[in-house]
Design a protein around this ligand. Structure first.
Ligand SMILES: C[C@H](C[C@H]1O[C@@H](n2cnc3c(N)ncnc32)[C@H](O)[C@@H]1O)NC(=O)c1cc(-c2ccc(F)cc2)cc(O)c1O
Ligand SMILES: [Mg+2]
Length: 214
């Protein structure tokens, strides 16, 4: 049967990238998406903004929602200090399988735990299962209509501390209007928009960075 796009992306990484070299894995995926098949990775333009925010925060605990194939997982993991706790959640098992292989090819398998499941089920388990008290940095890149319910879940579960940084992808395209309205109008967050484009296109998109103030 025909291969899937994530499988073809993994093949491109194995063919083009150097094992153990995260930069070459990132470049191989971006090349694949620009010259072979578009895929919903955060991409190079928004990826550079992601890099700068991760570097600025220098987090000790990180959560990513929506691993997909692990492109942003590799981007984040390559910047983390030793001993940082990094968890990424993905509910499609086929994507989990590809992501784990791409992360391992980059040599970053010891920096991050890929957990299969849905954010709604897993977020309340973060403390008991992973010994996390609060997250310093959260990257939201899963179903766009889950951004708002999940940020409320973070608050309810006490997973945010003063200064926790949330960075959300795709707030324009496909869009997360209810989430934007919430973080921009809530007195509990200081929010800022980073304009960019939908990965590998000229379509307008951007990232929203929200700092928890409570
Ligand atoms: C949602 C996907 C990313 C992954 O997230 C996992 N997922 C979901 N909900 C949950 C959960 N609740 N818990 C854990 N994992 C979860 C899923 O299985 C996907 O693998 N991302 C997108 O759909 C996405 C789409 C576009 C896009 C833009 C313009 C177009 F014309 C078409 C598509 C761009 C992007 O930049 C995206 O990020
Ligand atoms: Mg995205």
């Amino acid at each position: 049967t025909r291969s899937t796009r994530p499988q073809r992306m993994l093949k491109a990484v194995q063919k083009k990238a150097t094992k153990g070299d995260p930069e070459s894995v990132i470049s191989a995926i971006d090349y694949f998406c620009k010259h072979s098949e578009w895929a919903m990775n955060v991409g190079d333009e928004k990826g550079s903004i992601l890099d700068s925010v991760v570097t600025e925060v220098n987090p000790s605990t990180v959560l990513e929602l929506g691993t997909y194939c692990g492109y942003s997982t590799v981007r984040i993991a390559r910047l983390l200090s030793p001993g940082t706790k990094f968890i990424t959640l993905e509910f499609n098992p086929a994507n989990v399988t590809i992501a784990r292989q791409i992360i391992a090819y980059a040599g970053l398998q010891d920096k991050v735990t890929v957990v299969e499941g849905s954010s709604g089920d897993l977020i309340p388990q973060m403390k008991e299962r992973f010994g996390i008290t609060t997250f310093d940095f959260i990257f939201l890149d899963h179903w766009k209509d889950r951004y708002l319910p999940d940020i409320k879940l973070f608050e309810e579960c006490g997973l945010l501390r003063k200064g926790s940084v949330l960075l959300a992808d795709n707030v324009i395209c496909p869009g997360a209007p209810e989430y934007l309205e919430y973080v921009r109008n809530s007195p509990r967050y200081e929010s800022r928009y980073y304009p960019a484009h939908l990965e590998y296109t000229k379509v307008e998109d951007g990232l929203e960075k929200s700092v928890f103030l409570e």
